[in-house]
Design a binder for this molecule. Structure first.
Ligand code: HEM
Length: 473
């Protein structure tokens, strides 16, 4: 809310109140000016007003250009498409469709086979793949068409994201709708998107190449390392788009309402929020790492063993010889025993995922308890986010447990994957809400407020002079 009280609160309390009372300011004019202000020039240090307002130091900012809200909506919308493709990618894996297209043709591959002859050709190529020979030699053309279309839609969706992302990115940059800082981020996201296309094919290749499969002593499935890298890049792309979109909306809102922004900055600067800020970063990292360990479980089909919870079979932990099985070591001196088991042994990988999930749950629970205890110091929106996070992590753990107990049914496993995205999203929102404003935006807000005060002081001074002159007459 715009009010003289909040405007003065934005500056140091003494400065604000002394200016308002001593100068007998026209509050309305301050409010009208400060609240209506929409565009700002770059941050510039201001001279103090009657010695009461300090000089604000100039720090790095964006320059004069701010990013349009439409850019934020586009980024958040595109992140929704990335959410969708992650879930679709999971479904492609769960329906074992991912290895049905044996080539990578970024442009010509946009079209599916158009007639019977083209379908026959495509099927013949698939018949030459290790997956068909070792696992799927029984399937007919109709079944092939189903797995083909699952993978084809996944790839087409990826191409669509490329177009929906890159074309507007160029347009916004050319129309100067983006600040230089946002331009850099969008460029980074474009690069990540391009890389993601390569990672997808790099992953698929690991399931088509007989030599690689033999080296891994694996049935025809993709490497769990490559699957998790592909999944991780998708999560990063998604989070990067959301983070940038939220930042733009937040900063534009602050610039539109500098008084509110200034009061919020004061809250965010409070030492009481410092631990929570650090914890929110930790939560995002833990959620992300847990999700990646889930990718390893999925990549190794490790959800098909130990389908019990909370115990693993009859005991809390599988026997050590099974967790650290020497068959997984490839070096003669067995120096790789530990890490190979942690990353390649399905039993150990499942235990790792259970452990991370437990840590993630209790970390969120701990933060929730902390937030309840410190409620008076925590902004309302932050409290809401923590409650939401608590709900989502509980749901996610429940989904994970039932995915395991019920032997990885497609609908549950897919919902569990979407739940992981929801979890990182809510962690990201919490972290974004608690982040202190960067120096550039703080500077813009401060100089806007100082300008408004200066202008109002001058107006009030003129009014006093004219009133005094009237009285003197
Ligand atoms: C914070 C909690 C959790 C997160 C963020 C999380 C995240 C994930 C992710 C991202 C995947 C990969 C999905 C895919 O690529 O298809 C996954 C798979 C899996 N998770 Fe979790 N998980 C959590 C908790 C749990 C728990 C508590 C269990 C069971 C005790 C569990 C069991 C599984 C299983 C069995 C899979 C493999 C499903 C498949 O093959 O598709 N998860 N998890």
């Amino acid at each position: 809310m715009c009010s003289p009280k909040t405007l003065s609160a934005g500056l140091s309390s003494n400065q604000g109140s002394s200016l308002f009372t001593a100068g007998n300011l026209s509050n309305k004019s301050i409010l009208a000016g400060a609240c209506a202000k929409r565009s700002f020039t770059g941050a510039r240090p201001l001279k103090g007003i009657a010695g009461s307002v300090p000089e604000f130091t100039t720090t790095s900012g964006d320059g004069a250009r701010k990013t349009a809200n439409s850019v934020a909506y586009w980024l958040i919308g595109t992140s929704g498409l990335v959410f969708g493709i992650v879930v679709l990618g999971g479904l492609t894996r769960l329906t074992e469709s991912g290895l049905s297209i044996t080539e990578w043709k970024p442009v010509t591959g946009s079209l599916p086979p158009m007639n019977q002859q083209e379908w026959e050709e495509e099927f013949t190529k698939y018949k030459d793949s290790p997956e068909f020979k070792q696992l799927n030699s029984h399937i007919d053309m109709d079944e092939f068409k189903f797995i083909f279309f699952m993978e084809w839609i996944h790839r087409l969706w990826g191409r669509a994201i490329g177009v929906v992302f890159i074309a507007p990115a160029v347009y916004f940059a050319m129309r100067k709708r983006t600040s230089p800082q946002v331009n850099k981020r969008i460029f980074g996201l474009c690069a990540l998107l391009g890389l993601q296309g390569f990672l997808g094919w790099w992953m698929v290749k690991s399931g088509l190449d007989q030599e690689q499969l033999e080296a891994r002593k694996s049935k025809p499935t993709v490497s769990q390392y490559r699957l998790t890298t592909h999944l991780g890049a998708a999560f990063l792309l998604y989070l990067g788009m959301l983070w940038t979109g939220f930042d733009i909306l937040k900063e534009n809102k602050w610039m539109k309402k500098p008084i509110d922004a200034s009061a919020l900055f004061k809250k965010l600067d409070s030492p009481m929020l410092r631990p929570l800020r650090k914890l929110s970063t930790a939560l995002l990292v833990i959620s992300f790492v847990t999700a990646m360990s889930g990718g390893m479980v999925a990549g190794l089909d490790a959800g098909w063993i130990y389908n019990t919870w909370p115990k693993m079979g009859e005991t809390w932990f599988p026997p050590k010889r099974e967790l650290m099985d020497s068959n997984f070591a490839r070096r003669e001196d067995q120096k790789d025993l530990w890490w190979r088991n942690l990353l390649e042994n399905p039993t150990t990988v499942q235990l790792v995922h259970r452990t991370f999930a437990t840590v993630a749950f209790f970390a969120v629970f701990g933060v929730h308890m902390y937030a309840v205890k410190k409620k008076p110091f925590i902004p309302k929106n932050v409290q809401m986010s923590i409650h939401t996070l608590m709900g989502i992590v509980t749901l996610q753990v429940g989904l994970g447990i039932f995915t395991l107990l019920w032997l990885v049914p497609v609908h549950l496993a897919s919902t569990h994957q979407a739940g992981a995205l929801a979890l990182v999203t809510s962690s990201l929102i919490l972290m974004n809400q608690l982040r202190r404003p960067r120096a550039g935006i703080r500077n813009v807000i401060n100089s806007t407020l100082a300008k408004e005060l200066k202008r109002s002081t001058q107006q009030a001074g003129t009014k006093i002079m004219s009133e005094t002159a009237k009285l003197a007459k």
